[in-house]
Design a protein around this ligand. Structure first.
Ligand code: PBG
Length: 335
Protein backbone atom coordinates (compact mmCIF):
# COMPACT_ATOMS: atom_id res chain seq x y z
CA UNK A 1 0.00 0.00 0.00
CA UNK A 2 2.63 2.44 1.14
CA UNK A 3 4.68 1.41 -1.85
CA UNK A 4 1.95 2.40 -4.32
CA UNK A 5 1.41 5.75 -2.64
CA UNK A 6 5.11 6.46 -2.59
CA UNK A 7 5.45 5.57 -6.27
CA UNK A 8 2.51 7.78 -7.15
CA UNK A 9 4.06 10.64 -5.27
CA UNK A 10 7.33 10.51 -7.21
CA UNK A 11 6.41 13.12 -9.84
CA UNK A 12 9.85 14.00 -11.11
CA UNK A 13 10.18 10.81 -13.07
CA UNK A 14 7.60 12.33 -15.41
CA UNK A 15 9.47 15.55 -16.17
CA UNK A 16 13.14 14.63 -16.66
CA UNK A 17 13.48 15.98 -20.20
CA UNK A 18 12.06 18.93 -22.15
CA UNK A 19 9.59 16.86 -24.16
CA UNK A 20 8.14 15.38 -21.00
CA UNK A 21 8.01 18.84 -19.42
CA UNK A 22 6.25 20.22 -22.52
CA UNK A 23 3.62 17.47 -22.34
CA UNK A 24 2.79 18.65 -18.85
CA UNK A 25 2.36 22.26 -19.97
CA UNK A 26 0.75 22.13 -23.41
CA UNK A 27 -2.13 24.45 -22.53
CA UNK A 28 0.32 27.07 -21.38
CA UNK A 29 2.49 27.26 -24.51
CA UNK A 30 3.19 30.66 -26.01
CA UNK A 31 3.44 30.90 -29.80
CA UNK A 32 3.04 33.78 -32.23
CA UNK A 33 -0.69 32.97 -32.34
CA UNK A 34 -1.04 33.92 -28.68
CA UNK A 35 0.26 37.49 -29.07
CA UNK A 36 -1.22 40.88 -29.98
CA UNK A 37 0.99 43.97 -30.27
CA UNK A 38 -0.25 47.40 -29.09
CA UNK A 39 0.97 50.40 -31.11
CA UNK A 40 0.75 54.15 -30.51
CA UNK A 41 0.23 56.15 -33.70
CA UNK A 42 0.81 59.90 -33.90
CA UNK A 43 -0.53 62.44 -36.35
CA UNK A 44 2.87 63.62 -37.57
CA UNK A 45 3.58 61.00 -40.25
CA UNK A 46 7.36 61.51 -40.25
CA UNK A 47 8.06 61.43 -36.54
CA UNK A 48 9.10 58.78 -34.02
CA UNK A 49 8.80 59.75 -30.34
CA UNK A 50 10.35 57.73 -27.56
CA UNK A 51 8.11 57.32 -24.50
CA UNK A 52 10.14 58.07 -21.35
CA UNK A 53 7.78 56.15 -19.05
CA UNK A 54 8.06 53.05 -21.28
CA UNK A 55 11.71 52.71 -22.27
CA UNK A 56 12.07 50.84 -25.55
CA UNK A 57 8.55 51.77 -26.75
CA UNK A 58 7.86 54.65 -29.14
CA UNK A 59 4.98 56.42 -30.79
CA UNK A 60 5.14 56.09 -34.56
CA UNK A 61 4.13 58.32 -37.43
CA UNK A 62 2.63 56.38 -40.34
CA UNK A 63 5.77 56.66 -42.45
CA UNK A 64 7.77 54.71 -39.86
CA UNK A 65 5.23 51.98 -39.23
CA UNK A 66 6.07 49.68 -42.11
CA UNK A 67 9.74 49.49 -41.16
CA UNK A 68 8.83 48.94 -37.50
CA UNK A 69 6.48 46.06 -38.35
CA UNK A 70 8.45 44.37 -41.15
CA UNK A 71 10.48 42.03 -38.94
CA UNK A 72 7.76 41.17 -36.40
CA UNK A 73 5.45 40.26 -39.31
CA UNK A 74 8.22 38.11 -40.80
CA UNK A 75 8.54 36.42 -37.40
CA UNK A 76 4.81 35.58 -37.39
CA UNK A 77 3.04 38.61 -35.87
CA UNK A 78 -0.70 38.00 -36.30
CA UNK A 79 -2.35 41.12 -34.91
CA UNK A 80 -1.89 44.68 -33.71
CA UNK A 81 -3.96 46.91 -31.41
CA UNK A 82 -3.93 50.54 -32.51
CA UNK A 83 -4.09 53.61 -30.25
CA UNK A 84 -4.21 57.12 -31.68
CA UNK A 85 -2.28 59.87 -29.92
CA UNK A 86 -2.81 63.49 -30.72
CA UNK A 87 -0.72 66.55 -29.96
CA UNK A 88 -1.99 69.20 -32.31
CA UNK A 89 -5.54 68.03 -33.09
CA UNK A 90 -8.03 69.82 -30.90
CA UNK A 91 -9.57 68.04 -27.93
CA UNK A 92 -13.15 68.91 -27.03
CA UNK A 93 -16.14 67.76 -24.95
CA UNK A 94 -17.33 65.22 -27.54
CA UNK A 95 -13.99 63.82 -28.75
CA UNK A 96 -14.50 65.06 -32.32
CA UNK A 97 -11.07 63.91 -33.40
CA UNK A 98 -11.58 60.34 -32.19
CA UNK A 99 -13.04 59.70 -35.65
CA UNK A 100 -12.30 62.75 -37.78
CA UNK A 101 -10.51 62.27 -41.10
CA UNK A 102 -7.32 63.52 -39.40
CA UNK A 103 -7.39 60.79 -36.77
CA UNK A 104 -4.06 58.94 -36.95
CA UNK A 105 -5.64 55.48 -36.56
CA UNK A 106 -8.17 56.08 -39.34
CA UNK A 107 -5.34 57.22 -41.60
CA UNK A 108 -3.09 54.29 -40.66
CA UNK A 109 -5.54 51.38 -41.09
CA UNK A 110 -5.65 51.29 -44.93
CA UNK A 111 -1.87 51.68 -45.13
CA UNK A 112 -1.19 48.85 -42.71
CA UNK A 113 -3.65 46.67 -44.61
CA UNK A 114 -1.92 47.39 -47.90
CA UNK A 115 1.53 46.57 -46.49
CA UNK A 116 0.49 43.53 -44.47
CA UNK A 117 -2.72 42.02 -45.89
CA UNK A 118 -2.63 39.08 -43.46
CA UNK A 119 -2.26 41.15 -40.31
CA UNK A 120 -5.42 41.43 -38.19
CA UNK A 121 -6.02 45.01 -37.09
CA UNK A 122 -7.76 45.81 -33.82
CA UNK A 123 -8.54 49.39 -32.75
CA UNK A 124 -8.95 50.53 -29.17
CA UNK A 125 -12.21 52.47 -29.00
CA UNK A 126 -12.26 55.17 -26.34
CA UNK A 127 -12.73 58.91 -26.03
CA UNK A 128 -10.10 59.73 -23.37
CA UNK A 129 -7.27 60.60 -25.78
CA UNK A 130 -9.57 63.07 -27.59
CA UNK A 131 -11.62 64.72 -24.84
CA UNK A 132 -10.55 67.96 -23.16
CA UNK A 133 -11.13 66.48 -19.72
CA UNK A 134 -9.42 63.15 -20.55
CA UNK A 135 -12.34 61.01 -19.36
CA UNK A 136 -13.50 58.00 -21.37
CA UNK A 137 -17.07 59.20 -21.98
CA UNK A 138 -19.17 62.35 -22.40
CA UNK A 139 -19.75 64.21 -19.13
CA UNK A 140 -22.79 65.93 -17.62
CA UNK A 141 -22.29 69.48 -16.34
CA UNK A 142 -21.68 68.12 -12.82
CA UNK A 143 -18.79 65.97 -14.08
CA UNK A 144 -20.68 62.66 -13.94
CA UNK A 145 -20.88 60.37 -17.00
CA UNK A 146 -23.74 60.94 -19.45
CA UNK A 147 -24.26 57.29 -20.36
CA UNK A 148 -26.55 57.61 -23.37
CA UNK A 149 -24.51 60.42 -24.98
CA UNK A 150 -21.35 58.39 -24.36
CA UNK A 151 -22.79 55.24 -25.93
CA UNK A 152 -23.87 57.12 -29.04
CA UNK A 153 -20.41 58.61 -29.48
CA UNK A 154 -18.50 55.40 -28.71
CA UNK A 155 -20.64 53.50 -31.25
CA UNK A 156 -19.99 56.20 -33.89
CA UNK A 157 -16.26 56.00 -33.28
CA UNK A 158 -16.29 52.19 -33.47
CA UNK A 159 -18.22 52.41 -36.76
CA UNK A 160 -15.67 54.83 -38.22
CA UNK A 161 -12.79 52.47 -37.39
CA UNK A 162 -14.79 49.59 -38.88
CA UNK A 163 -15.49 51.59 -42.04
CA UNK A 164 -11.79 52.46 -42.28
CA UNK A 165 -11.11 48.71 -42.43
CA UNK A 166 -10.42 47.55 -38.85
CA UNK A 167 -11.08 43.85 -38.29
CA UNK A 168 -11.70 44.22 -34.57
CA UNK A 169 -13.07 47.10 -32.50
CA UNK A 170 -12.13 46.96 -28.83
CA UNK A 171 -14.05 49.36 -26.58
CA UNK A 172 -12.00 50.17 -23.47
CA UNK A 173 -14.26 52.96 -22.15
CA UNK A 174 -16.25 50.72 -19.75
CA UNK A 175 -19.56 52.53 -20.26
CA UNK A 176 -22.60 50.35 -19.51
CA UNK A 177 -24.26 49.11 -22.69
CA UNK A 178 -21.45 49.84 -25.13
CA UNK A 179 -21.18 46.34 -26.57
CA UNK A 180 -24.87 46.31 -27.55
CA UNK A 181 -24.59 49.85 -28.96
CA UNK A 182 -21.57 48.89 -31.08
CA UNK A 183 -23.11 45.61 -32.28
CA UNK A 184 -26.29 47.48 -33.26
CA UNK A 185 -24.48 50.08 -35.30
CA UNK A 186 -22.33 47.42 -37.02
CA UNK A 187 -25.46 45.45 -37.93
CA UNK A 188 -27.23 48.59 -39.21
CA UNK A 189 -24.25 49.23 -41.46
CA UNK A 190 -23.95 45.60 -42.58
CA UNK A 191 -20.51 45.24 -41.05
CA UNK A 192 -21.33 42.62 -38.46
CA UNK A 193 -19.72 39.83 -40.47
CA UNK A 194 -16.58 41.80 -41.18
CA UNK A 195 -15.80 43.29 -37.79
CA UNK A 196 -15.52 41.49 -34.44
CA UNK A 197 -16.04 43.11 -31.05
CA UNK A 198 -13.39 42.49 -28.40
CA UNK A 199 -14.71 43.73 -25.08
CA UNK A 200 -12.42 45.04 -22.38
CA UNK A 201 -14.93 43.26 -20.15
CA UNK A 202 -13.11 43.19 -16.85
CA UNK A 203 -11.03 46.35 -16.77
CA UNK A 204 -9.93 47.34 -13.29
CA UNK A 205 -9.16 50.87 -12.09
CA UNK A 206 -5.40 50.42 -11.87
CA UNK A 207 -2.19 52.29 -11.12
CA UNK A 208 -0.60 50.05 -13.74
CA UNK A 209 -2.05 52.27 -16.51
CA UNK A 210 0.13 55.19 -15.37
CA UNK A 211 2.79 55.01 -18.12
CA UNK A 212 0.09 54.55 -20.80
CA UNK A 213 -1.62 57.81 -19.90
CA UNK A 214 1.69 59.51 -20.47
CA UNK A 215 2.17 57.56 -23.73
CA UNK A 216 -1.34 58.28 -25.03
CA UNK A 217 -1.59 61.76 -23.47
CA UNK A 218 -4.89 60.71 -21.97
CA UNK A 219 -4.65 61.35 -18.22
CA UNK A 220 -7.91 62.74 -16.79
CA UNK A 221 -7.62 66.45 -15.97
CA UNK A 222 -9.66 65.94 -12.78
CA UNK A 223 -10.91 63.01 -10.75
CA UNK A 224 -10.21 59.39 -11.61
CA UNK A 225 -11.88 56.53 -13.46
CA UNK A 226 -13.18 54.68 -10.41
CA UNK A 227 -16.84 55.21 -11.34
CA UNK A 228 -16.50 53.27 -14.57
CA UNK A 229 -13.54 50.93 -14.04
CA UNK A 230 -13.77 48.03 -11.60
CA UNK A 231 -12.51 48.13 -7.98
CA UNK A 232 -9.41 45.95 -7.48
CA UNK A 233 -11.07 43.76 -4.87
CA UNK A 234 -14.14 42.79 -6.84
CA UNK A 235 -14.19 39.47 -8.63
CA UNK A 236 -18.01 39.40 -8.62
CA UNK A 237 -18.31 42.57 -10.71
CA UNK A 238 -15.73 41.25 -13.15
CA UNK A 239 -17.67 38.06 -13.80
CA UNK A 240 -20.95 40.02 -14.01
CA UNK A 241 -19.37 42.42 -16.50
CA UNK A 242 -18.17 39.50 -18.64
CA UNK A 243 -21.64 37.86 -18.47
CA UNK A 244 -23.29 41.10 -19.50
CA UNK A 245 -20.90 41.70 -22.42
CA UNK A 246 -21.47 38.15 -23.66
CA UNK A 247 -25.20 38.75 -23.51
CA UNK A 248 -24.81 42.00 -25.44
CA UNK A 249 -22.98 40.16 -28.21
CA UNK A 250 -19.24 40.46 -27.53
CA UNK A 251 -17.20 38.13 -29.73
CA UNK A 252 -14.16 38.06 -27.44
CA UNK A 253 -13.43 39.06 -23.86
CA UNK A 254 -10.52 40.70 -22.08
CA UNK A 255 -9.18 41.00 -18.55
CA UNK A 256 -6.89 43.92 -17.77
CA UNK A 257 -4.32 44.38 -16.16
CA UNK A 258 -2.75 40.92 -16.26
CA UNK A 259 -0.33 39.79 -13.59
CA UNK A 260 -2.24 41.09 -10.58
CA UNK A 261 -5.53 39.68 -11.93
CA UNK A 262 -4.74 36.08 -12.89
CA UNK A 263 -7.53 34.79 -10.63
CA UNK A 264 -10.01 36.92 -12.60
CA UNK A 265 -8.70 35.46 -15.85
CA UNK A 266 -9.37 31.96 -14.58
CA UNK A 267 -12.86 32.90 -13.36
CA UNK A 268 -13.83 34.55 -16.64
CA UNK A 269 -12.42 31.63 -18.65
CA UNK A 270 -14.33 29.13 -16.53
CA UNK A 271 -17.54 31.17 -16.85
CA UNK A 272 -17.19 31.53 -20.66
CA UNK A 273 -14.88 28.79 -21.94
CA UNK A 274 -16.37 29.12 -25.42
CA UNK A 275 -15.07 32.70 -25.87
CA UNK A 276 -11.50 33.65 -26.78
CA UNK A 277 -10.05 35.37 -23.73
CA UNK A 278 -7.48 38.15 -23.95
CA UNK A 279 -5.28 39.48 -21.20
CA UNK A 280 -3.60 42.89 -21.41
CA UNK A 281 -0.12 43.08 -19.91
CA UNK A 282 -0.42 46.84 -19.45
CA UNK A 283 2.08 49.68 -19.55
CA UNK A 284 2.89 49.57 -15.82
CA UNK A 285 3.58 45.85 -16.01
CA UNK A 286 5.86 46.50 -18.97
CA UNK A 287 7.73 49.19 -17.04
CA UNK A 288 7.94 47.05 -13.89
CA UNK A 289 9.46 44.07 -15.72
CA UNK A 290 11.75 46.27 -17.82
CA UNK A 291 13.15 48.15 -14.81
CA UNK A 292 13.50 45.08 -12.59
CA UNK A 293 15.41 43.24 -15.31
CA UNK A 294 17.55 46.30 -16.00
CA UNK A 295 18.40 46.60 -12.31
CA UNK A 296 19.54 42.97 -12.33
CA UNK A 297 16.70 41.63 -10.18
CA UNK A 298 16.10 38.88 -12.74
CA UNK A 299 16.73 37.96 -16.35
CA UNK A 300 14.29 39.59 -18.78
CA UNK A 301 13.71 36.59 -21.03
CA UNK A 302 13.29 34.09 -18.20
CA UNK A 303 10.98 36.30 -16.17
CA UNK A 304 8.84 37.25 -19.14
CA UNK A 305 8.61 33.63 -20.21
CA UNK A 306 7.37 32.62 -16.77
CA UNK A 307 4.82 35.45 -16.65
CA UNK A 308 3.45 34.69 -20.13
CA UNK A 309 3.12 31.00 -19.28
CA UNK A 310 1.29 31.90 -16.08
CA UNK A 311 -1.18 34.01 -18.07
CA UNK A 312 -1.80 31.15 -20.50
CA UNK A 313 -2.19 28.73 -17.59
CA UNK A 314 -4.72 31.09 -15.96
CA UNK A 315 -6.87 30.95 -19.11
CA UNK A 316 -5.62 33.60 -21.53
CA UNK A 317 -5.80 32.63 -25.19
CA UNK A 318 -4.17 35.85 -26.35
CA UNK A 319 -1.74 38.11 -24.49
CA UNK A 320 -1.57 41.77 -25.49
CA UNK A 321 1.96 42.84 -24.71
CA UNK A 322 4.38 45.64 -25.61
CA UNK A 323 7.12 42.99 -25.51
CA UNK A 324 5.64 41.23 -28.57
CA UNK A 325 8.46 41.99 -31.08
CA UNK A 326 11.08 40.80 -28.58
CA UNK A 327 9.15 37.61 -27.80
CA UNK A 328 8.70 36.88 -31.51
CA UNK A 329 12.43 37.34 -32.01
CA UNK A 330 13.15 34.88 -29.18
CA UNK A 331 10.67 32.37 -30.62
CA UNK A 332 12.32 32.76 -34.02
CA UNK A 333 15.78 31.98 -32.67
CA UNK A 334 14.45 28.82 -30.97
CA UNK A 335 13.14 27.41 -34.27
C1 PBG B 1 -8.12 53.90 -22.66
C2 PBG B 1 -7.14 52.83 -22.34
C3 PBG B 1 -6.22 52.75 -21.28
C4 PBG B 1 -5.45 51.61 -21.50
C5 PBG B 1 -5.93 50.99 -22.65
N1 PBG B 1 -7.00 51.75 -23.14
C6 PBG B 1 -5.96 53.70 -20.17
C7 PBG B 1 -6.96 53.92 -19.12
O1 PBG B 1 -8.04 53.35 -19.10
O2 PBG B 1 -6.66 54.77 -18.28
C8 PBG B 1 -4.28 51.16 -20.67
C9 PBG B 1 -3.23 50.37 -21.41
C10 PBG B 1 -1.92 50.31 -20.71
O3 PBG B 1 -1.73 50.78 -19.57
O4 PBG B 1 -0.99 49.77 -21.35
N2 PBG B 1 -9.22 53.97 -21.86
Amino acid sequence: MCDTICKKHRLHGGIFNQTLRDWNSLNAEVTCKNLMYPLFIIENDDEIQEIPSMPGISRYGINHLKKHLDLPVKWGLKSVLLFGVTETLTKDEVATNANSKDNPVIKAIPKIKSWFPNLTIACDVCLCAYTLHGHCGILNSDGSIDNSASLKRIAEVALSYAQAGAHIVAPSDMMDGRIAAIKDILIKNKLENKVAVLSYAAKFASVFYGPFRDAAKSAPSFGDRKCYQLPAGSSGLAVRAADRDVEEGADMLMVKPGLAYLDILRQVKDAHPEYPLFVYQVSGEYAMIYHAAKAGAFDLQNSLNEILISMRRAGADVIITYFTPLILEWLETQK
